[in-house]
Design a protein around this ligand. Sequence first.
Ligand code: GLN
Length: 211
Amino acid sequence: MTLVAGVLALQGDIEEHVHALERALKELNISFRIMLVKKVEQLSNIDLITIPGGESTTIGFLSRKTGLIDRLKERIEDGLPVLGTCAGMVMMAREVRDAVVGETSQPLLAVMDISVIRNIFGRQRESFEIDLKIPAIGDRPFRAVFIRAPAAIRCWNDAQPLATLRHEKYGELVVMVRQRNMLACAFHPELVLDTRVHKYFITEVAGFPQR
Ligand code: GLN
């Protein structure tokens, strides 16, 4: 069987997501095909999806315009495995605020029980890299790249924090979180060559065994 890996291809670092999936799936020896998802019909043919980083307001409005938002939400609620990074994490959250402007009333998938603040690291630290401890993927720290990143200030129900960072104002922030078939990262695992987050997504969250 060939796994069909979708990438929501409306805006953002789509190509990087494609390449990261390719690297991880090759390392896992899984036969696959990538599908750039731009239309509702394509959602029926995919086995998992990733939502790129970029601008969550743009991704949200384009998802609404194309009609993808409702059908994708349904598919995820039916169990379609999803990995969202940065703006993708924002799209998945049930509650979103911006650190500066507050309420954003942007279109969201609102599938994950997390409360997210956009641009939480502010201007001073808009972008930074850090060696992040993520016990779920092993002992070796993961080089996490944060770019105008969000973070979750609250997770509820069975949304499980997998990595946290301390913030002066907000205290402990959740920067990686899993809930059943959903995985969200505030950073960009697609921008580094380390494939462990993607492999975790494919094997543990999506449940496709390494061949
Ligand atoms: N700040 C962006 C947003 O809130 C996310 C940035 C990113 O994806 N690198 O949509």
